[in-house]
Design a protein around this ligand. Structure first.
Ligand code: UDX
Length: 455
């Protein structure tokens, strides 16, 4: 009750629509308690983050096993720093399968359930709707949407709540921009906080929760907040596909894409980030969100031509290694290819939409034998990849290999002893699918180096 009174006192503290910085007015010990529904990457990090800021957090998940593990102090995902953050704030965090526990403890219920793509390319909102359906009528609670949803979802949910006689429940869109692998840092140091709401108490309460982070605030309507998330991810994906196409043209024209990106990135209007050419983007967000935005536009009668190209370039980019291998090795039938890294990017065990999934299947279809090693993602990879020999380390991947391909730029691969790799390999070819290696160090070991867009 004290926390609620505190939150009420602090409401409306000079927050205006548009982009403003919000100053911290919160004090430890009187922070608004929150509920978080869904304990995946976004949910767990959000929960631990708010606990770190001083809130009591009740985490809800329908997966009994996951909740049991969390109650036993086990963190079900690999995310650097998350286990320490949860351990540090353990007394402020509760884990339960019972939504009523969160409803009792908090007014704000952050929804962080999965919204995977369906066969049609639309987002599967069944988990979101299950939460909406499970809510009892209330004029004290708000659903705060963290899951990435199509524009118009907030309006639809409000309509459904009203139809179910639960129109007293408030709704806020609060999209999450954290990256896997640096999620804890990203939560605590966001570039911006976006809050889309109808101007009732709930939007103010969410703004207050984020106040200690002193991030620029974009307070806006619900549909615009939903679009900020989709448009941001689609833009970043476009940037990656753009630099990948530049890389492909560099290969044909004798330029080096890493030099080109350096030169481009110094232009403040372009910026140096997300200009790393490679084997394409993966993960749980970019492929899904680009498709969802394209689909959303299509459903409303607009043909989003640019995004078609972004998606197609990315699919082709994942396969470019095959032609590079064939250029050096001829047919791949019977050739032994070693993959360094399987996760969609370093510092995560997430295999969703990872390039390695496409690559390992294409290589095997071309007749190659594939060995692979990932420092963290092997367990996840085994669930999705068949026919691949999982090796215990990078050198074992190189053993007797005709070629080695860097797929995920884990630090340990950057520091490999290339003389040892050369001794282990049968052939000499190293393909650096992320332009992460030092070409000179690789060549000094007598190996043949080929990157992406570095002719
Ligand atoms: C992304 C967004 O960055 C984040 O804001 C959103 O909330 C979720 O989606 P994430 O999927 O964790 O985060 O990974 P990110 O670090 O953005 O990388 C996405 C993919 O793009 C990776 O496969 C990465 O290898 C690739 N990438 C990234 C490039 O190929 N080149 C680049 O320059 C940057």
């Amino acid at each position: 009750a004290g926390a609620r009174a505190g939150a009420r006192r602090r409401r409306g503290c000079g927050v205006v629509r548009g982009q403003v910085s919000i100053a911290s007015t919160a004090h430890m010990g009187e922070r608004e308690p929150v509920g978080v529904i869904g304990t995946g990457y976004v949910g767990l990090v959000t929960a631990a983050g708010f606990a770190e800021l001083g809130s009591d957090v009740t985490c809800i998940d329908i997966d009994v096993d996951k909740i049991d593990r969390l109650n036993a102090g086990e963190i079900p995902i690999y995310e650097p720093g998350l286990d320490q953050l949860i351990a540090k704030n353990r007394e402020r965090m509760r884990f339960s399968t019972n939504l009523a526990d969160a409803l009792e403890a908090a007014r704000l219920l952050f929804v962080a359930v999965g919204t995977p793509p369906t066969y049609s390319g639309d987002a599967d909102l069944s988990a979101v709707h299950a939460v909406v359906d499970a809510m009892p009528a209330s004029d004290k609670h708000a659903l705060v949407m963290k899951s990435t949803v199509p524009v118009g979802t907030g309006a639809a949910i409000k309509r459904i709540l009203a139809e179910q006689g639960k129109g007293g429940i408030s709704y806020v869109s609060c999209p999450e921009f954290l990256r896997e692998g640096s999620a804890v840092h990203d939560f605590l140091h966001p570039d911006r906080v976006v809050v889309g709401d109808d101007g009732d108490w709930a939007g103010d309460a969410v703004v207050e929760l984020y106040a200690p982070l002193e991030a620029p605030l974009v307070r806006t309507d619900i549909a615009s907040a939903e679009m900020v998330k989709l448009a941001s991810n689609a833009f970043l994906a476009t940037k990656i596909s753009f630099i990948n196409e530049i890389a492909n043209v560099c290969e044909l024209t004798g330029a080096d894409v890493t030099e080109v990106a350096r030169g481009m990135g110094l232009d403040e209007r372009i910026g140096p980030k997300f200009l790393q050419a490679g084997l394409g983007f993966g993960g749980s967000c970019f492929p899904k969100d680009v498709t969802a935005l394209k689909q959303l536009a299509g459903n409303t009668g607009y043909h989003f031509q640019l995004l078609n190209a972004v998606i197609e370039v990315n699919e082709l980019q994942k396969r470019r290694v095959i032609s590079k291998l064939q250029k050096h090795l001829g047919t791949l039938v019977g050739k032994r290819i070693g993959l360094l890294g399987l996760a969609f990017k370093p510092n995560t065990d997430d295999m969703r939409e990872a390039t390695s999934l496409v690559l390992s299947a294409r290589l095997q279809a071309a007749g190659a034998k594939v060995a692979a090693y990932d420092p963290v993602a092997e367990e996840e990879a085994r669930k999705l990849i068949t026919g691949v020999e999982f090796a215990p380390g990078a050198l074992e991947v190189a053993e007797d290999a005709d070629a080695v391909v860097l797929v995920t730029e884990w630090d340990e691969f950057k520091n490999l002893d290339w003389n040892e790799v050369a001794r282990a390999m049968k052939g000499k070819l190293v393909i650096d699918g992320r332009n992460a290696l030092d070409p000179e160090a690789v060549r000094a070991a007598g190996l043949v180096y080929e990157g992406i867009g570095r002719s």
